[in-house]
Design a protein around this ligand. Structure first.
Ligand code: PLP
Length: 430
């Protein structure tokens, strides 16, 4: 059978009518726990001999399982684990590979929360992260590698600076070094690009953003491409290749083969650290994913029109949107994101910080808040908010200048959005 199109899979992958009631939409299984058929099934479930039975919603839930199957399908992965937030997804994706004493190399152009996690919180766990400022420079990635490096990390399209990661290049360097590449694909979503198709090994998302699309629920997911061979050098991945005392000496790699990474992430890290997603949030997320292709096409059209309008404004110094010809990442965007690089864009006004603040304060249709990927258009000043914990050098390495303003183009009428921006522009310059 030929595989369904993306548009069909975003609606049907992982879902079928409810076996108990016939409900066509995926029900919200609002239950903490599930009755075992008998003592044998209970024991098999706890010993990971039975992976089908749901036992406890911290570990798995039927509503969330549909999200997991659907996103694995849309990203062309072999499986996925949904978690409580994008932050939990990136943290667990790394913690499943690196332990105290280990090292990670990441592109510097990152979401502010991920930068804080990598620079400070992982350091408290004994994991060091080195940042590559020019992620297009292969020599910079290679120079940062160490014998104890366990992963390379980057954002397919960075938030907020709009840097497009050369996934094939960085995946090649990761594989030479014998480590997987993790890509945060939040900004473009799998409708616009699929990093696993370009050589990445693991994909993480904040499903809070465009995948949900409605700005109502916080969630995240880790998707595994299933191609990275953790058994090729077992000494490098003791977590997956040595007996696990918390499962009576089970060796994840031996028992589960290519699913070992995800099974360990779920049954060790989510089990023990606890960032499980609520089935209510999974339900909201499914409502969003069903219209992803339609929404992303409109998001991109509105973002492109706004970027072009901004570019023509005399009081705008720079526009960062890889969809614009002349942008540093335009060629990379055409190669990796032929249908458009998403709907997050940033720009700098003349007059810097003060003009930027006046601009944000004078918009009325754009909401001033810390999110992207809502049906509503959003605006924020990263230097004083999402990236405020970083010093100016770190901010600049992440592409955040003092006067930078980030927009997330929503789905409203483009004439209304441009009129709001025009009013803001007049007020910003008095
Ligand atoms: C928002 C975001 C995150 C964090 O996700 P939460 O759901 O807010 O925890 C990670 N990466 C990117 C690119 C984001 O935009």
């Amino acid at each position: 059978m030929t595989r369904w199109s993306f548009e069909t899979r975003q609606i049907h992958a992982g879902a079928s009518p409810d076996p108990a009631t016939g409900a066509r939409a995926t029900p919200i299984y609002a239950t903490s726990s599930f009755v075992f058929a008998d003592a044998g099934q209970a024991a098999d479930s706890f010993a990971l001999r039975d992976l089908e039975t749901h036992a406890y919603t911290r570990l798995s839930n039927p509503t969330t399982a549909v999200v997991e199957e659907r996103l694995a399908d849309l990203e062309n992965g072999i499986g996925a684990v949904a978690v409580a937030s994008g932050q939990a997804a990136s943290a667990l994706a790394v913690l499943n590979l690196a332990r105290a004493g280990d090292h990670v190399v990441s592109a510097a152009a990152l979401y502010g929360g991920t930068f804080n996690l990598f620079a400070y919180t992982l350091a408290d766990f004994g994991i060091t992260v080195d940042f590559v400022t020019d992620a297009d420079d292969p020599a910079a990635w290679r120079a940062a590698l160490r014998p104890n490096t366990k992963a390379l990390y980057g954002e397919s399209v960075s938030n907020p600076s709009g840097a497009v990661l050369d996934v094939e290049l960085v995946a090649g360097i990761a594989h030479e070094a014998g480590v997987p590449l993790i890509v945060d694909n939040t900004v473009p979503t799998p409708f616009l690009t699929r990093p696993l198709d370009h050589g990445a090994d693991l994909v993480v998302h904040s499903t809070t953003k465009f995948l949900s699309g409605h700005g109502t629920g916080i969630g995240g997911v880790v998707v595994d491409g299933g191609k990275f061979d953790f058994q090729a050098s077992p000494e490098r991945w003791p977590q997956l290749n040595q007996p696990d005392p918390s499962y009576q000496g089970l060796v994840f790699g031996e028992r589960f083969g290519s699913l070992a990474y995800l099974l360990r992430l779920r049954t060790k890290l989510v089990r023990d650290l606890g960032p499980a997603v609520s089935p209510f949030t999974s339900f909201l997320l499914l409502q969003g994913i069903e219209t992803l292709s339609l929404r992303m096409t409109r998001h991109v059209a509105n973002a492109r029109a706004i970027a072009e309008w901004l570019w023509a404004q005399p009081l705008v110094e720079r526009v960062h949107y890889p969809g614009l010809p002349g942008d540093r990442w335009h060629e990379a965007a055409l190669r990796y994101l032929p249908d458009g690089p998403g709907a997050v864009l940033a720009f700098e006004l003349t007059g810097g910080l003060e003009a930027g603040k006046r601009f944000v304060d004078s918009l009325s249709l754009f909401s001033h808040l810390a999110n992207i990927g809502d049906v509503r258009s959003l605006v924020i000043h990263p230097a004083s908010t999402t990236h405020a914990q970083l010093d100016e050098t770190q901010q600049r390495a992440g592409g955040v200048t003092p006067g930078l303003i980030r927009l997330s183009a929503g789905l409203e009428g483009i004439g209304d959005l441009l009129a709001d921006l025009e009013r803001g522009m007049e007020k910003a310059h008095g």
